[in-house]
Design a protein around this ligand. Sequence first.
Ligand code: PXP
Length: 243
Amino acid sequence: MAFLGVNIDHVATLRQVRLATYPSIIEAAALCERAGAYGITVHLREDRRHIQDADVYALRKSIVGKLNLEMAANSDVIAVALDVRPDEICMVPERREELTTEGGLDVAGQLRDLKPVVAELAGVGAMVSMFIDPEAEQVDAAAAVGAACVELHTGAYALHEGDARQRELERLRDAAERAHAAGLRVNAGHGLTLENVAAILSVPHLHTLNIGHSIVCHALYVGLEQAVNAMLVKCCNEHAVDL
Ligand code: PXP
């Protein structure tokens, strides 16, 4: 059974659209941990569209489980990572125009540049992971660059259906076997939902699944009724129903 890392970027997205002080990602992280999450994941993007530097520092102090920082190899984000010393760091590709991380990191194409960055980040005690597409070349490159872990990109699996999804699952299984044989820890994530996650558990050697967007969205469905009720009780009590 894999562990669950909860990505809370989109709690910060809700805060940033109003530049408000709520919702608090510290409270959100605490709720995730109370529910059994193994770790909290945040992506400090170059454009700071959701998570801010101060969030990473505050989470480092507040959470009891693992802090997993997703980041591209940008110098200012590397400086934060070296200072905060997260338990885990997942290196991802980043493009300003993208809505979310689109593909895996081309580790094979950037071996020489990534090697010193991985060594520097590992030097502060972080388990460094490469977010890669499930391809043999990328798994081998992750091992060659000195990473301790790979996070297999499940986005293509999540996007496809039927036979195409099965083929993506096979690619994930093969990549996981190869990574494990190379001594790498195997994580996976992106696009996973309550509907598609069950089959992912057939991928061997899975340590952690990192899931964000679908959990934050599901929280609206399971919490909206209570939130409306709480407001009714405060402002129009005669219309509040007993939940
Ligand atoms: N893993 C990585 C490396 C990611 O970049 C993301 C998205 O930020 C996730 C997991 C979580 O993806 P989702 O939000 O689709 O669950």
